[in-house]
Design a protein around this ligand. Structure first.
Ligand SMILES: N[C@@H](CCC[C@H](N)C(=O)O)C(=O)O
Length: 276
């Protein structure tokens, strides 16, 4: 790990960003990441994010993503907004301009509106079985699993990382505190899964809590908001533009259905610079 880092967050989903543009392809040690992620004895973060030279020549930069337990991920919606704001503050990308960035799961396009607000073209939600770590099937499909004594119905989609979305009318119900970790670790998902619990508040409003694979309950999950909106829309429960209200704040998700990419708009905030 290099010594210098930037602490950032996207509506309370917090990150340590490290600049590895001169030092690409590092694979940080999982135990070291977990030690640094510890909120009592480390820096504390939900994800570590590296900024590196792009491998794909059509992209400007690559970003790597590791969860608080040291496990890697393919995508991070709140994180990519922070990466874009970081690159803008560094002077290497401009505002109001589309910039292609490379995530571990492929390119996304960011547009910095100002240092604290970013729009991201997250690509097309993927309901294809091959991209999900269990036997999913198609758009508008739901699945059932028996978890902690309950039969749970959920939708599934990949946003570059796997998501299960469960609709529930009471997100404060204590059974959700048990269902989140149990579903994330369910054997049906051999690679784990991010689990969103979504409450429909209207055709353009969802409330959402996410239990993240590798990081636990977070104040917000950007790809989780994209997944919840995409599943809600695929089931005919939501309009093309949906405000997703998470414990840490609100993201706006726009998706016009199959054949279209999905757009996420939300804030990115700097917290402090540090050195370990
Ligand atoms: N917080 C993120 C998602 C981070 C990765 C996730 N926990 C996984 O393992 O796939 C977001 O904002 O999307």
């Amino acid at each position: 790990m290099p010594n210098r880092f930037t602490k950032m967050h996207g509506i309370g989903n917090d990150f340590v960003i490290v600049d590895w543009r001169e030092d690409a392809g590092r694979t940080p040690n999982a135990a070291r990441i977990a030690a640094l992620a510890d909120r009592h004895t480390g820096i504390g973060f939900d994800q570590l994010i590296s900024i590196e030279p792009a491998r794909d020549p059509s992209c400007e930069f690559y970003y790597g993503i590791w969860n608080a337990d040291g496990s890697p991920s393919g995508q991070c919606g709140n994180g990519v907004r922070c990466v874009a704001a970081w690159l803008y503050r560094d002077g290497v990308i401009e505002r109001d301009t589309d910039v292609r960035l490379e995530s571990p799961s492929g390119p996304v396009t960011v547009r910095v509106l100002d240092e604290s607000r970013v729009v991201v073209d997250m690509g097309e939600p993927d309901f294809d079985p091959a991209s999900l770590p269990f036997a999913a099937s198609a758009l508008a499909a739901t699945y059932t699993l028996d978890v902690v004594g309950e039969r749970i119905t959920f939708g599934a989609v990949s946003m570059g990382n796997p998501h299960a979305v469960v609709f529930d009318d009471d997100l404060a119900d204590p059974r959700i505190d048990l269902l989140g970790p149990a579903l994330t670790a369910h054997p049906a998902f051999p690679l784990g899964v991010n689990v969103g619990f979504a409450q429909r508040l209207g055709p353009d409003r969802l409330r959402l809590r996410v239990h993240e694979r590798g990081s636990g309950w977070t104040r917000a999950c950007g790809t989780g908001a994209c997944a919840a909106a995409a599943v809600a829309q695929s089931l005919g429960m939501a309009a093309p533009v949906v405000n997703v209200e998470l414990p840490g704040g609100t993201l706006t998700i726009e998706w016009h259905g199959p054949g279209h990419t999905l757009w996420m708009t939300g804030p990115a905030a700097f917290v402090f610079e540090g050195e370990v």
